[in-house]
Structures are given as structure tokens and as C-alpha cells.
Design a protein around this ligand. Structure first.
Ligand code: DON
Length: 582
């Protein structure tokens, strides 16, 4: 009763005095299931899953409910999404996971990024005259694929930190592939519009009916070849994929179509455990993915810069707060273009990039009156040229384990190439390498010598799950697809919760902004007031408006606070869903 009374008092103070109100809103000490929100997270007593496919979230939640831990559920979810969300869920791609292992009291960064085949080289997408050729071969061919890491990555976590066997976590995916899934609106629309899947005979057979027509909503979609592949892995372990029956089919198909991946490339593939990049934001610990992902480094760099400004006081969605965020983004994306690369090949100055001192110096360069032109941040040039697809999911259990996985085929349906007889859709992540420092990558991102194609190198990525903890206890795991926008989307989720006191649902729905230094454009989603936007224009920002949409990423977030689990799937993409376990 007293609390309700206090809330009414605080509410009326907020109405009368926005500064005090913002302060109260920002205290972050209130329970997060209060009714002073527009969007509400899913809740659960003993676990939570948020992913881009509700059916797959349910499968992972069932594993939690029947005694598996978040790591078992996370691995099962990765395999299930390869069946239910074929445009991004995969076993033919790769990615990055953060695994918080409760019994070790430690967060481990799992790098299962694809590697360039041993015969790849920096000139492979240039013609004899030294001109870059960004044609079908570059984007949608066997040659566009790097060596996949997903099977090794998912197996690694379950075998090292899980409680179930690899065969057990593969079981739901095998069942879904063999018995079929019901075609949703999302899947039907996706397949109908992705014409290039019809160019490769194995892809045509996998994704369309025998007469070549599209699957309709409500029909059963079976993937028998994929069921075979998953069963081989269940029976013979990862060796099936990297040296056994599946590997042989991958290599044969590569040989038949000028692909570069050989048996040696598959045999040599390794998952790498790395130390997460780590920092703090207003007393909370932030852990995220280190290089070769740029994601974690630059989420932290932006937060470090922003910590120097009283953002909560300025107010969420105020022109001052948005201006400072845009400036912080510019500095971070400019540094990304210069410094990021595979740390096993080049020196990446991560320590400096995530240091509070460096962030302070950058913060001093931010003027509240005027947007810094990108040329004054660093030189470059740019054009954007493709659409994309990746997916993220987050899982939490009551032992305190959390898994965040962002993995990708790169573009929607990757290279569009299915390996004959396996149902494996291959990635086109060779496109994440830098071809030349004046040529932007597929997401318009600039890169340097550090990210040129080189045998066995891993291309720089933006993908990064982000874990927020407090006093050693994991609090929030989030992550997103969205190419270059992954970094800014993740940062805004953390900021909205920790700085602006939003629950994770409001934090996901809130309109987002994005500036990646090149092009010199501040992207703003609908929902920000036109008055605010005109103030930003006055400060010199070059604004590009968009609808609130899939283009700005799709955050899949779980939170564990005061014994209650919260989950929320970004509504920007259809078919996603958070499922709680009671
Ligand atoms: O690693 C990267 O940064 C890209 N391959 C991610 C692609 C992506 O997020 C596409 N998603 N919508």
C-alpha cells in the first residue's frame, strides 16, 4: 500500500518536474515488472529464452524445464534455428557466443567465426587489371563461403560446459528437419522473395516444391537431407562435419563448383576460447566479444565515451542525448575501420580502444553545439550495397548460466548455395573481409590492411552478444543481427536499461539511431519527435529517416533480477518470441 502511495507521489513529481522525474526513473532500484511501461517483457520463475523463432525458443525452454542448463538449451537452439530460420540460423556459417558459466563464475567468449580457406588470397575478387569484381561469384557462389564454424562452436559449448550429450541437443533439430515444420507467413514470404535460391539446383530442391513452386503458409516443409546431416553429427560427433561423411560431400560440391574449401580446411577448423572484452558502465560490468569481432570493443568504447555525459538528465530521446550518442558512434566506427582485424594475424589495440582514458579524450572532442564532420574524425569513402541476415538468441537458467549467441550466414540465406545431399546452406562471409581500404564491405563499413583476405584468417565482424553483470551476478544478456547496426543496437539496449531505467521491452522497442562514420548520415527511426530532429539538423547532422523496422537490428534479450527472469524479442522482425520457464 505504502509502495503504491509512494509510486503515485513519485509519478506526480515526475509529471511536474521532468528533471527529478528522470532521476527517479533512472534509479533502477524498482522492480522491473511495474505497470509504468508500455511494453512488457515475458516473465519466468526459473529460466528464459529469447530468439528469433518462437517454436525454437519453446524447444530451448522445454530443455530448461526438463533439467538441462542454459548451455544445453543454447546449443539445442542453435541447431533448431538451422531448421526453423534457414535465412540466418545455420550449420553452414559461424559466429560468436558469450557463455557465462556459473560454476566457474566466469564468462567465456567462444569464437566460432568462419576462416578463409587456405587457398584464399587478397586478390581473389579482383580481375587481371586490378579492378574489384563484385559479381555473383563474390556474393553468391561456392567461392563466397568461408570455412563454417557453427557445428564446432555449438558442440564445443555443450561438450565442455553442458550437461547433455551432443546427440541429445541435436534431437529436436533432427525431428524438425525430418518430420517438417509448418510454414509460417515469415518463412513463406522469405522463400518467395529469395529468387536466387532457385539458381542452385540443390537449393531449389531444398526450398521449393518438386514442381519449383513456393511453399504456402500452413504447409509442411521437410528437410530430409538436413536431417541426415544432423543425424550423422549426432552419431559420429563433429568429426562427421569436419572430416567424415558430411565433410566429403562438402568437399565434393566445392570441387564441382570452383569453391575453395578443402578437406584440410575442414580438418584444420578450430573453435577459439577468448577472454571477453570488459569494462564498466556506471558500476555495472559489461562483457562482450573481442576481436575478430569489433562488436564488443566498440559497444564498450561508445559506452565509455557516453559515461562522460549526464545522459539521463538530458533525457532519453532528447536532441542532446541523441547528438552525443551519434558523436560517440562516429568515433567508434572510425576506429573500427582502422584497427580491427583477426588478432591471431594482426595487432589489435583493444586495450586502448576500451580504456576509460581514451574515451575521455574522445568525449572532450564532442561539442554540444555542432556535429563533428566525419572528415574531422578520420578520412574515408563509401557506398552501401546489400541486404543482410544474422540472428541472435539469449538463454538464462536459475543456476546463473547465460548464453548469448550471434551467428550468421552473412546475407539472408547466405551464399544461396546448398551443398548437394546435405541440406547445408553455406555462408558468404568472405564478404566481411576488406578488399581494399577504400572499398567498403557489404555493410558499408570501411576496413584496413588488418582485414584483408589471407589464408585461415577470420574476417572482422560486428556480431557481439553483450553481458551486463552486477557484483559478479549476470543481469542481462542481449544481442542482435543487423550488420553494422549490431553495435549501435546493442549499445542502445544497454543504455536504455542502465541509463534511462527502461525495462527490456521498452528498451527494445524505443526508436534507435545509427551513425557509422561513413557515410556521413545519422539514421533515425520513426518515433523521435520532429522537433528533436530539427534540433539535430541545427547541430549539423545529416539525417536519414526510416520506419522502425528490421533494418535497425532485432534485439533478443534476457534479464535476471531479484530472482525473476525477463525476456523480450524485438518486435522489429516477425516470428520472434521469448519464452519463460516457471
Ligand atoms: O559478421 C558480421 O558483422 C556480419 N556477417 C553480420 C551480418 C548480419 O548481421 C546480417 N544481419 N542482419
Amino acid at each position: 500500500m505504502l509502495r503504491i502511495f509512494l509510486k503515485i507521489i513519485v509519478g506526480s513529481i515526475y509529471a511536474l518536474n521532468p528533471v527529478i522525474g528522470v532521476f527517479a526513473q533512472n534509479s533502477f532500484s524498482q522492480p522491473l515488472f511495474e505497470y509504468n511501461a508500455i511494453n512488457h517483457p515475458v516473465m519466468g520463475k526459473s529460466g528464459m529464452v529469447a530468439s528469433h523463432n518462437e517454436l525454437s525458443s519453446e524447444i530451448a525452454a522445454e530443455i530448461l524445464a526438463s533439467g538441462g542448463n542454459a548451455i544445453d538449451a543454447g546449443a539445442a537452439l542453435g541447431f533448431a534455428l538451422a531448421v526453423t530460420l534457414p535465412r540466418a540460423g545455420n550449420i553452414g556459417g559461424g559466429g560468436f557466443m558469450l557463455v557465462h558459466v556459473a560454476k566457474l563464475d566466469k564468462t567465456i567468449a567462444i569464437d566460432f567465426r568462419e576462416t578463409a580457406p587456405a587457398s584464399a588470397n587478397r586478390d581473389m575478387f579482383f580481375d587481371a587489371d586490378g579492378n574489384v569484381v563484385l559479381d555473383e561469384t563474390y556474393r553468391f557462389s561456392h567461392k563466397s563461403s568461408a570455412v563454417p564454424g557453427s557445428v564446432a562452436g555449438l558442440a564445443h559449448i555443450v561438450q565442455k560446459y553442458g550437461t547433455m550429450s551432443l546427440a541429445e541437443v541435436l534431437e529436436p533439430a533432427i525431428r524438425l528437419a525430418r518430420d517438417g515444420i509448418t510454414v509460417t507467413y515469415d518463412l513463406a514470404a522469405d522463400l518467395a522473395r529469395t529468387q536466387r535460391l532457385k539458381n542452385n539446383p540443390a537449393s531449389l530442391r531444398k526450398f521449393y516444391k518438386p514442381d519449383g513452386s513456393n511453399y504456402e503458409v500452413g504447409e509442411l516443409f521437410k528437410q530430409p537431407d538436413l536431417a541426415w546431416t544432423l543425424s550423422e553429427i549426432a552419431e559420429h560427433g563433429v568429426a562427421a562435419f569436419y572430416s567424415g561423411s558430411v565433410a566429403k560431400k562438402i568437399v565434393a560440391d566445392m570441387e564441382a563448383h570452383n569453391g575453395l574449401i578443402t578437406m584440410d580446411d575442414l580438418v584444420d577448423y578450430r573453435v577459439i576460447e577468448r577472454e571477453p572484452v570488459q569494462s564498466t558502465y556506471r558500476g555495472y560490468t559489461i562483457e562482450a566479444m573481442p576481436a575478430p569481432s569489433s562488436g564488443g570493443t566498440h559497444v564498450i568504447q561508445m559506452l565509455n565515451i557516453l559515461e562522460n555525459f549526464p545522459l539521463a538528465k538530458m533525457g532519453s530521446e532528447s536532441s542532446d542525448a541523441l547528438h552525443v550518442m551519434a558523436e560517440a558512434m562516429k568515433f567508434s566506427y572510425a576506429d573500427r575501420s582502422k584497427y580491427l582485424g583477426d588478432p591471431d594475424f594482426v595487432e589489435v589495440p583493444t586495450k586502448t580502444l576500451v580504456s576509460k582514458e581514451y574515451a575521455k579524450d574522445l568525449a572532450k572532442r564532442i561539442s554540444m553545439e555542432r556535429a563533428l564532420p566525419s572528415d574531422e574524425v578520420a578520412p574515408g569513402n563509401l557506398a552501401i550495397y546489400e541486404s543482410d541476415e544474422t540472428t541472435h538468441y539469449s538463454v538464462a537458467d536459475e543456476e546463473g548460466n547465460m548464453v548469448g549467441n550471434t551467428y550468421t550466414l552473412m546475407f539472408s540465406f547466405g551464399s544461396g548455395v546448398v551443398i548437394e545431399g546435405t541440406g547445408i546452406l553455406m555462408n558468404n562471409n568472405m564478404g566481411n573481409f576488406t578488399l581494399r581500404s577504400d572499398i567498403p564491405d557489404a555493410f558499408g563499413l570501411m576496413g584496413s590492411e588488418n582485414n584483408l583476405i589471407s589464408p585461415n584468417r577470420r574476417p572482422v565482424s560486428s556480431m557481439s552478444p553483450v553481458l551486463v553483470s552486477r557484483d559478479g551476478a549476470p543481469l542481462l544478456m542481449t544481442g542482435s543481427p543487423g550488420g553494422s547496426k549490431i553495435i549501435s543496437a546493442n549499445m542502445q539496449m544497454v543504455l536504455n536499461v542502465l541509463e534511462f531505467g527502461m525495462n527490456i521491452a521498452d528498451a527494445a522497442v524505443a526508436p534507435r539511431i545509427h551513425h557509422q562514420w561513413r557515410p556521413e548520415v545519422l539514421e533515425i527511426e520513426s518515433g523521435i519527435s520532429p522537433d528533436t530532429v530539427s534540433r539535430l539538423i541545427d547541430k549539423g547532422h545529416n539525417i536519414n529517416f526510416s520506419q522502425r523496422s528490421a533494418g535497425m537490428g532485432s534485439l533478443q534479450t534476457v534479464m535476471w533480477k531479484d530472482g525473476i527472469f525477463y525476456g523480450y524479442s524485438d518486435p522489429r522482425r516477425p516470428g520472434a518470441g521469448a519464452v519463460g520457464v516457471d
